[in-house]
Design a protein around this ligand. Structure first.
Ligand code: AMP
Length: 171
């Protein structure tokens, strides 16, 4: 099963110059979806406590992965979406900043957390997730993603963490 064959690439979405990697063609294919989640699971450490993932495509793979490995899942969301008390991290985008939040009681001190998203581009989103985990006293056990855009050097931003991806594109 070549996962790359199941990912649809759309040039110029949402903006000119972006080569958008559409995972909906993968998630709708039962065998490809299963293969992706199984492989993500194989890349996770043996010993960890919780899966978290940023909205919204991190939920697609994060919840399936958590279910497969018998773990819980906590969502990471944009401001104003989570109903209980939150902690947050702001991070730089090309223009401006973005903020991500997680429930304050999502992670207990010392918990080992696996962070999942569909794609690593600059790594900014996943780095923010790492900071949320650490802010709550947790430990990042691994950062896993289906796709990595290698020329954007997200792995460098995530230096010091165990980073795993299944399919690579340059951009
Ligand atoms: P970054 O913070 O730059 O690593 O961007 C990662 C987030 O943006 C992920 O949640 C992706 O879903 C989304 N993303 C960034 N670039 C792309 C792309 N070329 N195709 C699809 N999703 C992307």
């Amino acid at each position: 099963m070549e996962l790359k064959d199941k990912i649809r690439v759309i040039e110029g979405f949402p903006n000119e110059g972006i080569s958008f990697k559409d995972v909906t063609t993968l998630t709708k294919d039962p065998e490809a979806f299963k293969a992706a989640v199984d492989e993500l699971a194989a890349r996770c450490p043996k010993d960890f406590d919780l899966v978290i993932g940023p909205e919204s495509r991190g939920f697609l793979f994060g919840t399936a992965l958590a279910y497969k490995l018998g773990k819980g899942f906590e969502p990471v969301r944009k401001p104003g979406k989570l109903p209980a008390e939150t902690v947050e991290v702001s991070y730089a985008l090309e223009y401006g900043t973005d903020t991500l939040q997680i429930h304050k009681d999502a992670i207990e001190k010392g918990m080992k957390v696996v962070i999942v998203d569909d794609l690593i581009a600059t790594g900014g989103t996943l780095q923010a997730c790492c900071k949320l985990v650490e802010q709550l006293g947790g430990e990042v056990a691994a950062v896993v993603a289906v796709i990595e855009l290698t020329d954007l050097k997200g792995r460098e931003l995530l230096k010091g963490y165990k980073v795993e991806s299944l399919v690579e594109y340059p951009v």
